[in-house]
Ligand binder design. Structure first.
Ligand code: NAP
Length: 236
């Protein structure tokens, strides 16, 4: 997809990968709709990005997701692309996983993107096509101790995304998945920690881990997914 003048929703755009993506897409001439819960940060961002339109919404609530898509569609009269990037980690041993916390993370990482897809697909179909990029994770290709609960949400997201890709090909709607590796954002700090093993997990293992990518690097991979329509792109 050509990016210039396209209306593109970027969720989780108040910080980290989403913020870098919103800025990069705007630089490339897109009309960006940044979405997250932090209303004031989004309003400042909307002042920075020409022709942007921010929506504050809690994307773990499917009703809020639908309202967000409605507001963007009403504002621009069209939606060309959706980047489902908002997400949260949950770290800890499987046996210690707090079920309520897991359900909340699942609602954000899986049900939210699914609700957004359900709402945006008919809009894109009417327009003759569109692009959906779902931000998953490299952990969805592995079984890493203490990351199983989080990884499971991204395994689910992969299944939904790549099945939708096959279902929607006939409508000209392209669905892609981007898998970031470790990326230098607030993600680790913001993750739910289910047990003491999860506390300080990243700093404890820092010397064994590769250098994290920058949010800007991952934003570049999301841009590539939007432009190329490749099924899966690995950021690292
Ligand atoms: N960083 C990594 O190492 C890494 C690796 C692999 C995959 N990923 C994936 O990359 C994506 C972005 O992560 P990041 O590293 O940029 O994380 P981050 O720095 O923690 O940013 C998360 C973003 O999601 C938004 N968000 C969180 N809960 C929300 C909710 N309930 N409703 C709406 N928005 C919400 C946050 O904004 P508000 O707080 O303002 O709502 C923020 O903009 C996630 O899907 C993550 O799973 C990250």
């Amino acid at each position: 997809m050509e990016i210039k003048n396209k209306v593109i929703i970027v969720t989780g755009a108040s910080m980290g990968i989403g913020l870098a993506t919103a800025r990069l897409l705007s630089e490339k001439g897109a009309k960006v709709a940044p979405v997250a819960r932090s209303k004031e940060i989004l309003e400042k961002l909307a002042e920075e990005l020409p022709e942007s339109f921010s929506v504050a919404a809690d994307l773990s609530d499917a009703k809020e997701v639908e309202r967000m898509i409605d507001e963007v569609n009403k504002h621009y009269g069209r939606i060309d692309a959706l980047v489902n990037n908002a997400g949260r980690g949950i770290y800890g041993a499987i046996e210690n996983t707090d079920l309520d916390a897991y359900r909340k993370v699942f609602d954000l990482n899986v049900v939210g993107p699914l609700a957004a897809m359900k709402k945006v697909i008919p809009i894109m179909r009417r327009e003759g096509g569109g692009v959906i990029v779902n931000v998953s994770s490299m952990v969805s290709k592995a079984y890493i101790p203490y990351l199983g609960a989080y990884a499971s949400t991204k395994y689910a997201l992969n299944a939904i995304s790549l099945t939708a890709r096959a279902e929607l090909e006939k409508d000209g709607i392209v669905v892609s998945v981007v898998h970031p590796g470790m990326t230098a954002t607030e993600f680790g700090k913001n993750a739910v920690k289910s047990d003491v093993i999860a506390q300080g997990m990243e700093s404890r293992h820092r010397e064994h881990l590769p250098e994290p990518d920058t949010a800007e690097h991952v934003a570049g991979r999301i841009l590539l997914a939007l432009q190329s329509g490749e099924a899966e792109i690995f950021a690292h």
